[in-house]
Write a protein that binds this ligand. Structure first.
Ligand code: ADP
Ligand code: MG
Ligand code: MG
Length: 204
């Protein structure tokens, strides 16, 4: 993979499209084990990311990601705002000074993002949060030097689906205790849409 400013911008645009298309679905998931606002939160946040990007002339991939992080932190709201903000901010820092993202750089970005989001939300793998998707993808990138678009999308989908059988022990869903089992985590689903968008850009 070789993602320049143009591809990173396209990634965020695709992510926004996927999230807008699945806004109702994300809402439905959050109605089951939360307060039903995840679709609204993510749709608002990613639309703002795209709106802001449109008038900018970015000098580097790190700048694109940093701008996205700032927007997500301020516009998403809810628990997921600062968490996604952290994910993108950590990725931007790890991408600093790079003219484009290759597999190794992207893997490092995922490592930093996972470290940061775990710290921020005090969540580990298996607690039925978006961490489950990001950590799984980080491992997947670490273990596979050559990834095709379909592999990325498929792995992310599996990671999302795995949250269905988990019991939530962090965030609002944890109030549902055992009753959280049997539902896909909303944040894991929005994370899947972000990786699906990445796959689309990697696939060209
Ligand atoms: P809120 O729960 O404040 O309404 P959202 O509905 O936008 O916020 O986001 C909920 C999602 O945030 C969850 O599905 C989960 O993936 C993620 N989340 C919540 N708390 C945490 C946490 N402590 N660590 C990691 N992710 C979390
Ligand atoms: Mg919610
Ligand atoms: Mg909320």
């Amino acid at each position: 993979m070789e993602l320049h400013v143009q591809e990173v911008t396209a990634w965020l645009e695709r992510a926004n499209e996927n999230i807008q298309e699945n806004k109702e679905y994300l809402t439905t998931l959050d109605q089951a084990i939360g307060d039903g606002d995840h679709g609204i939160n993510m749709a608002r946040g990613f639309q703002e990311v795209v709106n802001k990007m449109t008038d900018q002339d970015y000098a580097s991939v790190g700048d694109v990601l940093k701008d996205a992080a700032m927007t997500l932190m301020s516009k998403v709201g809810g628990a997921s705002g600062p968490l996604y903000g952290t994910v993108f901010l950590k990725m931007s820092v790890a991408a600093k000074g790079k003219t484009y993202l290759d597999h190794a750089t992207f893997t490092n970005m995922l490592e930093e993002a996972v470290k940061g989001v775990k710290q921020r939300g005090k969540a580990e793998v298996g607690e039925k949060t978006l961490v489950d998707v990001w950590a799984k993808m980080m491992e997947f990138f670490k273990q596979n030097a050559d990834l095709q678009a379909d592999d990325i999308a498929e792995e992310a989908k599996q990671a999302m689906n795995k949250t269905k059988d988990m019991m939530a022990t962090k965030g609002r869903a944890s109030y549902f205790k055992e009753r959280s089992i049997g539902h896909i985590d909303p944040g894991a689903a929005s994370s899947y849409f972000i990786f699906q968008a990445l796959a689309e850009v990697v696939g060209g």
